[in-house]
Design a protein around this ligand. Structure first.
Ligand code: NAD
Length: 295
């Protein structure tokens, strides 16, 4: 039985605040040079879960000096109507970045819509062209959550070179791009997903374990190598105490039990979430600078 330990808590809110302070200074300088980053959030219909994310985006953008506006299309708009709006935003020289809010109506082809966005304004780094640049290590922007996780690790002084990293969750927006970023940093990456057999065998050998699934309780203490760094990307709402009528937010990791065995761990909330917003803002600045240089 290994000795119990208390994991160091990696404070994503603090690191995000530092990132935003640096961005604020950079944007002040850019504005003085005539570059005005302007982020537009494009959404279809109303989705309660994305409203909180929209509010965080707005607060974050305005807090660092990025102009922010929302374009809301009605729920019954068809794909052609949405593509027309994207075309208009692509051509509008006052718009330097567009974030396409999800979920889109089920009738729409998410990938086709994302592909319509100009590479220059793709602050989420999700167009095939931007993902291709990521693949070659030539990227200007990359998917914000993946970048956020990388920054959390690097800025917490966690060595990546030569380390075993297991990522649970292989989505296009988190797990896959993260595996590319980690490989570029010379980690040895294992990417797990719903069809992975014996998940615990992969997690137990990880120096760094990252879970991005959205299933509370998925990662239990017996799946974690003593002293490992554990990054919890998962974010799910579940009912709060019985009778309270409230909901609470939960990651994938059994935080209390894993804290007794891990070396370092991110909380939920206050871990990856704030860094995702900070990286979205950083991507917005990178896009605005790239556009200004091209003109
Ligand atoms: P997704 O549904 O697109 O992908 C989930 C992935 O998990 C898939 O690859 C699937 O194969 C895998 N998976 C599902 N069940 C599994 C299991 N039992 N064992 C192993 N793998 C399993 O989700 P996503 O969009 O990548 O988001 C994942 C989670 O991260 C969600 O909780 C989401 O809310 C959260 N998230 C958080 C942030 C943040 O900023 N904190 C940002 C993005 C996503």
């Amino acid at each position: 039985m290994p000795p119990l330990m208390t994991a160091r808590r990696i404070d994503g809110s603090q690191l995000a605040a530092e990132t935003k302070a640096n961005l604020r200074q950079e944007i002040e300088q850019l504005r003085a040079e005539g570059v005005h980053p302007h982020l537009v959030a494009l959404s279809v219909g109303h989705d309660e879960s994305s409203e909180a994310y929209l509010r965080r985006q707005q607060r974050g953008a305005e807090g660092v000096g990025i102009d922010y506006s929302q374009v809301r299309l009605p729920q019954d708009v068809d794909e052609k109507g949405l593509l027309g709006e994207i075309d208009r935003l692509n051509r509008d020289p006052s718009v330097t970045g567009v974030i396409l809010q999800r979920p889109l109506p089920a009738s729409m082809d998410d990938r086709r819509v994302q592909c319509a966005l100009s590479i220059d304004k793709d602050v989420e780094g999700l167009t095939p062209a931007n993902l291709g640049l990521l693949y070659f290590g030539r990227h200007i922007v990359a998917p914000a959550t993946a970048l956020g996780v990388l920054q959390l690790l690097q800025r917490s002084g966690i060595e990546l070179k030569g380390r075993e990293v297991t990522v649970i969750g292989a989505s296009d927006i988190v797990g896959k791009p993260l595996s590319i970023l980690l490989t570029a940093a010379w980690a040895t990456v294992t990417l797990c997903h719903i069809e992975t057999r014996d998940l615990a065998a992969h997690t137990r050998r990880a120096d760094i374990l990252i879970s991005a699934v959205g299933k509370p309780g998925l990662v239990t203490a017996d799946m974690v190598r003593p002293g490992a760094t554990v990054i919890d990307v998962g974010y799910a709402r579940r009912p709060g105490p019985v009778g309270s009528g409230q909901t609470q937010v939960s990651g994938d990791v059994d935080f209390d039990a894993v804290s007794e065995i891990a070396g370092a761990i991110t909380p939920v909330p206050g871990g990856v979430g704030p860094m995702t917003v900070a990286m979205l803002l950083a991507n917005t600045v990178r896009c605005a600078v790239r556009m200004a240089k091209a003109n």
